[in-house]
Design a protein around this ligand. Structure first.
Ligand code: NAD
Ligand code: IPM
Ligand code: MN
Length: 352
């Protein structure tokens, strides 16, 4: 198979982790006889520095003309005082919105080898954690009307029935392939958008009678996630709630450096990125955990290219390297072997 991938390294640890992900992608291609070609594009702070805007037209066009996108992370203190439409993070929203990627999958899996890195007590974590957060990605408060004057500011959370319906259908389809339990997280005790969300789910769930639906308010969901994470299998929620809950879930797996994501639409095109940010505190120091980005490559192979065996081989290689006791600093526990970003990537590539 031949595929062309747009690579957007971005800022901070972006280039560190993308380098390792490409190492693994190259190794998978060699092992299975696929040709993955890449083109690099600027977005975020590096684009601001180079051309004065966070998302150059060539970047969006280049991504549109590729089979999928691999993204590192954007943002950093250097650009934090810029006006909101000029911030690096706008590049991410521009890509998600511009590419129509409304469905964001964020799987949170606690590898059994990392149980010591999980901050929850063994009796709370029980059988482990294998949770899929389905996050709406192109609506809600990130994309609503906004405004700012000297002494006031506002952001608007808005959703249409169409936007709610399509993300719910994706979540139901995923739940059907897993435990058939779907938890919808909202704030329907206060927000109009959440009340509409519940009306829509009531209608849509009739089409998926085999899926058991539950509802939680987001504040309770945040609490339940650390009280009894095993109760969850698939969570579906709006854009900002999904952002927050996925970071919370990630720590249960040992580190935010473990969680990949896929941003999808109705066809096979997707953008793949770790859920974490540019981690300016550790950028360029060979400290970042590249596993979230490497697992994002596995998601790309599975969701965009239909390469199931290839995806699994990456996931198994990660597990094998963890079996070997190798840990980056964020998932390190006493008795393990501490390695840097570069060695972790090489070990996973070799373990394929
Ligand atoms: P962050 O996720 O970058 O970092 C949070 C903490 O987790 C830091 O202590 C960091 O060192 C650590 N961390 C993150 N990824 C890690 C990894 N792979 N290995 C080891 N440790 C890791 O979040 P933040 O500090 O709130 O944000 C920093 C910048 O990143 C901001 O500009 C923010 O807007 C941006 N951001 C970008 C994205 C993205 O591009 N998708 C996502 C989140 C935040
Ligand atoms: C993420 C990030 C982004 C988000 C920011 C940087 C816009 O936190 O991908 O999780 O909130 O979606
Ligand atoms: Mn986030």
């Amino acid at each position: 198979m031949k595929k062309h991938i747009a690579v957007v390294s971005g800022d901070g640890i972006g280039p560190d982790i993308i380098r390792e992900a490409l190492k693994v992608l190259g190794a998978v291609g060699a092992k299975f006889g696929h040709t993955f070609t890449t083109s690099s594009y600027l977005a975020g702070g590096v684009a601001l520095d180079a051309v004065g805007i966070p998302l150059p037209k060539e970047t969006l066009e280049g991504c549109k003309n590729s089979d999928s996108v691999l993204l590192g992370a954007v943002g950093g203190p250097k650009w934090d005082t810029l006006a909101s439409n000029l911030r690096p993070e706008k590049a991410l929203l521009g890509l998600r919105g511009g590419l129509g990627l409304f469905c964001n999958l964020r799987p949170a899996i606690l590898y059994k080898q990392l149980s010591d890195a999980c901050p929850l007590k063994a009796e709370i974590i029980g059988e482990g954690l294998d949770l899929m957060v389905v996050r709406e990605l192109t609506g809600g408060i990130y994309f609503g009307e906004r405004g700012r004057s000297d002494d006031a500011a506002y952001d608007t959370m808005a959703y249409t029935v169409t936007e709610i319906e399509r993300i719910l259908r994706k979540a139901f389809e995923i739940a059907q392939k897993r435990s058939k339990r779907l938890c919808s997280v909202d704030k329907a005790n206060i927000l109009n958008t959440s009340q509409l969300w519940r009306e829509v789910i009531k209608r849509v769930q009739v089409e998926y009678p085999d899926v058991e639906v539950s509802h939680l308010y987001v504040d309770n969901a945040a609490m339940q996630l650390v009280r009894n994470p095993g109760q969850f299998d698939v969570i579906v929620t709006e854009n900002m709630f999904g952002d927050i809950l996925s970071d919370e879930a990630s720590q249960i797996t040992g580190s935010i450096g473990m969680l990949p994501s896929a941003s999808l639409r109705e066809d096979s095109f997707g953008m793949y990125e770790p859920i974490h940010g540019s981690a300016p505190d550790i950028a360029g120091k060979d400290l970042a955990n590249p596993i979230a980005t490497i697992l994002s490559v596995a998601m790309m192979l599975r969701y965009s290219f239909g390469l199931q065996a290839e995806a699994e081989s990456i996931e198994k290689a990660v597990s094998k390297v963890l079996d070997g006791g190798y840990r980056t600093a964020d998932i390190y526990t006493p008795g393990m072997k501490k390695v840097g970003t570069n060695d972790m990537g090489s070990l996973i590539a070799q373990a394929l």
